[in-house]
Design a protein around this ligand. Sequence first.
Ligand SMILES: NC(=O)c1ccc[n+]([C@@H]2O[C@H](COP(=O)([O-])OP(=O)(O)OC[C@H]3O[C@@H](n4cnc5c(N)ncnc54)[C@H](O)[C@@H]3O)[C@@H](O)[C@H]2O)c1
Length: 229
Amino acid sequence: MHILITGAAGFIGFHLSKLLLERGFSVVGVDSLTDYYDVNLKQARLDQLKGQAQFQFHKLDICDFDKLKALFIEHKFDYVVHLAAQVGVRYSLENPQAYIQTNLVGFGNMLELTRAYPPKHFVYASSSSVYGNQTEHAFLETDNTDHPVSHSVFNIGNSKAVQLLDFIQAIEKAAGKKAILNKSPMQAGDVTNTYADVSALQSATDYEPTTDVLTGVEQFVKWYQSFYL
Ligand SMILES: NC(=O)c1ccc[n+]([C@@H]2O[C@H](COP(=O)([O-])OP(=O)(O)OC[C@H]3O[C@@H](n4cnc5c(N)ncnc54)[C@H](O)[C@@H]3O)[C@@H](O)[C@H]2O)c1
């Protein structure tokens, strides 16, 4: 059984690697050995693992897609445990790039590669920080994670649904031309409905949109024609 553990020199990654090796599994560890905390400690953990025949280590940044891909192709992992992360909250104020790179770009790379070279199972660790300032009860997996500590979230959008064919008719009317319709099935990623409750934005800012769709489309078509035609 071939298992990839990212963040293998980290606190959880090291202990998990050790346990799995003790149980006879083969472990490929990946870590870039960031200096967020003592690198000697990470190295000392690795030294313990490196003595074992079933352990292989790659010093690799998960943001490096090509190197990570080569590893997935070479090993054909049965299981992937993704623990490489830029952890901590306070440091994110000082060095947001570290979080953007590892937790967004690197995590995206892991998702893409497990999609392309699917293991039997993919596990990753998140953080209690995703729940933000949610204080009503102990965190539940089903809780919303939209309670950020430092900014509010507002919907900005049309609060009434507009049928696609009505929208096309509005463009036809404004352009003075009949559309040539090439009807296709629902496209991957499309949703059946999008319209927004904007009452939170209205009560916070007193802003109320006044342009209806017909007027907006008419103005857009005028602009489009003056810019492109
Ligand atoms: N330890 C906890 O109590 C705890 C609690 C909740 C969640 N978690 C989550 O578990 C995961 C592991 O936590 P941990 O305590 O072992 O953290 P850790 O910092 O000890 O380990 C993370 C490892 O990832 C490595 N790493 C960072 N960026 C990398 C990159 N771009 N490429 C490759 N390696 C990189 C680091 O060098 C480090 O060794 C994290 O996602 C963390 O949020 C941990």
